[in-house]
Design a protein around this ligand. Structure first.
Ligand code: ASP
Length: 328
């Protein structure tokens, strides 16, 4: 009873904060889109602060004639290569045995998709995922097999554990306490969606997963329909946050299906977040999930369980970082 009352109070408080404009930059951007939807395309949308430099590269790729698939691949390669981003690619925090294992997926407007999971030693898992999509009859390659495939495609074998990541792991080893945390850098996947002028769309998602995870743990990011889903006739969605919660409810698939039934991208993100909360007993969960969605007309949506989920939006009006509205 107590937690139910707390849940209702927190919901009311969330609605109040939202209504009175704490999320105003986000609201202004949505209003601008509604006034002039045509001007919203092309559009690039991606998760967290590291989405800003990634969007810039994706945007330039589109401006120079690249496809939406080229754009999302090029965009997410930016945080993959950046050792300061501790949750994606090179410099990502390792598993509890000190090994960096990566998950990534990509999906294009023609419905094709590719993914890798539990991949070690390759700096750009998103590009391996694209090769899986384009060069094999499969969707997902895992672990040793994914590495073998990457090497056969001339990807160099590299050491991905940086000094800083090693130090963080050694510090963690002293207590070995694993607890998923909200909005901290132990989980900050980059998920990116791009829509071109014609309304064709693609998405990409890449991560080192939860910091200090169990060896062999794979999250939502490489699973089509969980971390990423694109249906070029309708819309696309990406997820970040605790992968297990997204896997249990197949959030991005749900978002696209809600849009198919007529929901706006914003409503669809809210419905999928609500389902996760219901699944976890209708009380505020102690983990974060954030969702982004777009539709063919360039409408977009963003919503998270807890406050603090930032995302980058790039249109012909420029790039901005916004904080998504949240349930709590
Ligand atoms: N969703 C990712 C995972 O669970 C982590 C994240 O988004 O931060 O592996």
């Amino acid at each position: 009873m107590h937690s139910r009352r707390k849940f209702i109070l927190q919901s009311l408080l969330g609605a109040w904060v939202w209504a009175f404009g704490v999320q105003s930059s986000w609201l202004r951007a949505q209003r601008r889109h509604r006034k002039n939807p045509k001007k919203s395309l092309p559009l690039v949308l991606s998760t967290w602060n590291h989405g800003l430099p990634a969007n810039e590269v994706a945007w330039n790729t589109l401006q120079h004639g690249g496809s939406v698939v080229d754009a999302v691949e090029a965009g997410v390669r930016v945080p993959e290569a950046d050792p300061k981003v501790r949750s994606v690619g090179y410099g990502g925090l390792p598993d509890r045995e000190g090994r960096v294992t990566l998950d990534a997926s990509i999906m294009g407007p023609d419905g094709r998709c590719g993914a890798v999971c539990f991949l070690e030693h390759i700096k750009h898992p998103i590009s391996v995922a694209r090769k899986v999509m384009e060069q094999t009859p499969h969707v997902l390659l895992a672990g040793e097999g994914a590495l073998q495939f990457a090497l056969s495609q001339q990807f160099p074998k590299e050491t991905l554990l940086t000094q800083q990541a090693r130090k963080a792991w050694e510090k963690w080893l002293q207590s070995s306490h694993y607890q998923p945390q909200i909005n901290v850098e132990n989980h900050d996947t980059i998920g990116m969606l791009a829509v071109d002028r014609q309304g064709d769309m693609a998405g990409a998602c890449t991560t080192s997963g939860l910091a200090f995870k169990m060896r062999g743990r794979v999250g939502d990011s490489p699973i089509i329909g969980a971390g990423l889903y694109v249906d070029n006739r309708i819309g696309a969605a990406v997820a970040t946050g605790l992968g297990e919660a997204v896997l249990r409810t197949l959030s991005t698939y749900q978002v696209v299906e809600e849009m198919r039934r007529g929901a706006t991208p914003q409503q669809a993100c809210e419905m999928a977040i609500q389902r996760i909360i219901e699944w976890h007993g209708n009380v505020p969960p102690d983990f974060q999930v954030g969702l982004l969605a777009v539709d063919k007309g360039g409408s977009w949506g963003a919503f998270s369980i807890h406050s603090g989920f930032t995302f980058a939006l790039t249109t012909s009006h420029g790039s901005q970082l916004h904080t998504a509205p949240s349930r709590f």
